[in-house]
Design a protein around this ligand. Structure first.
Ligand code: SAM
Ligand code: SF4
Length: 355
């Protein structure tokens, strides 16, 4: 592993901007949490009551977020930014941030298929207010959208999210499609005994509504620490369940994307699975994360954070920011150890890190 002061990537006017960790993985994708707050209380993510929100003064401003993103794009050739949370749409004037980020262009010299083009700008949302704002987000420059939906049953939706908002989310998905987001992806966390009986229903919904459903294995990042291996429905089971009803063939080569993908043999779209627990994809990981309070993380499950906010608010230069981010990436680990005795849960849960 590289030491703190060492340079683990090359940057000069002629060199390709890139940032590579000590296992040879390039950083390409920055996930930014814009808030830890949320209008839902999904059981696998937050407790129903008693969540303590970050003080507003601790949350990065849009200017601060945009600066970190600019440094990552300009200096490291990061070519994708995804906004998440908490629920990103509960933060006021989200389209102002989207406008700022949509103007970032991947350096022409970057080792990226997007070199010389605007970054790939995406959002993950629970979709509850999307019908009202999808058009604004699109016009501000958002390119892609993922919407979370774990069930099509109203009672179960209320049980999972603690909110009676299934109709709003379905309207949000329809709005995302009608303003021109394509493809629209739907994220469904599968939990044993909760919604594993809806794998086919959700897959059928995706086929009927021209959206790509991506089933996510339940991860040990719930705020209440109730996660158990037994509650995880693994990729093999998800795929064989779907294949028995809607025959599938695997789409080769996932690359650095977290989802393995299959297409329906009858041509009606595709489906994905994010197999974090049963088939970890850490070896191909190209992601880093910035929390709402300005902590830089090199893994969803990292136990260390790097205080970018202190630099931003302490008058640091872009060079200082670059050094901190390089040092953090130099220390990125090979991967999480979910299911092994060595696994340590991160101090913060999913909504506080940014999923
Ligand atoms: N609020 C937005 C949403 O729900 O889409 C964005 C933030 S949420 C933390 C991002 C994604 O993480 C969602 O698709 C959510 O379902 C997923 N998620 C949350 N907790 C999870 C857990 N314990 N295991 C797996 N996925 C989880
Ligand atoms: Fe909120 Fe998203 Fe967490 Fe659900 S998964 S509680 S919508 S942050």
């Amino acid at each position: 592993m590289l030491g703190h002061g060492q340079t683990n990537a090359v940057r000069s006017t002629n060199a390709r901007p890139h940032l590579v960790d000590s296992f040879g993985r390039s950083v390409r994708d920055l996930r930014i949490s814009v808030t830890d707050r949320c209008n839902f209380r999904c059981t696998y993510c937050m407790p129903e009551e008693g969540m303590t929100w970050l003080p507003r003064a601790d949350v990065l401003t849009y200017e601060e977020i945009a600066r970190v993103a600019r440094v990552c794009v300009e200096r490291f050739g990061v070519d994708g930014v995804r906004l998440t949370g908490g629920e990103p749409t509960v933060r006021a004037h989200l389209s102002v941030l989207i406008e700022k980020l949509a103007g970032l262009v991947v350096p022409a010299t970057a080792d990226s298929p997007r070199a010389g083009q605007p970054i790939d700008l995406a959002l993950t949302t629970n979709g509850a207010t999307l019908a009202l704002i999808a058009d604004d987000l699109k016009r501000a420059g958002l390119q892609r959208i993922n919407i979370s939906l774990d069930t099509l049953d109203r009672e179960k939706f209320r049980h999972i999210t603690k909110r009676d908002e299934l109709d709003s989310v379905l309207e949000g998905i329809a709005a995302a499609r009608s303003v021109g987001f394509a493809p629209v992806k739907v994220n469904a966390v599968v939990q044993r005994g909760v919604n594993d009986d809806e794998i086919i229903t959700l897959a059928a919904y995706g086929r009927d509504h021209d959206v790509e459903v991506r089933f996510i294995e339940f991860m040990p990042l719930d705020a209440q620490g109730h996660w158990l291996t037994d509650a995880v429905v693994g990729q093999d089971e998800i795929v064989s369940t779907i294949h028995a009803v809607f025959p599938l063939e695997q789409v080769p080569s996932r690359g650095a994307a977290p989802a393995d993908r299959w297409r329906y043999l009858d041509g009606r779209g595709s489906v994905g699975v994010i197999p974090t627990v049963t088939k970890p994809f850490c070896g191909d990981c190209d992601r880093v994360r910035l929390t709402a309070d300005g902590q830089f993380r090199t893994c969803l499950f990292a136990t260390d954070e790097f205080d970018v906010r202190a630099l931003l608010r302490g008058g640091a230069s872009d060079d200082d920011l670059e050094s901190l981010l390089r040092r953090a990436v130099g220390e990125k680990w090979a991967g999480h150890a979910i299911g092994q005795v060595t696994f340590v849960r991160p101090r913060r849960s999913m909504s506080q890190i940014g999923g």
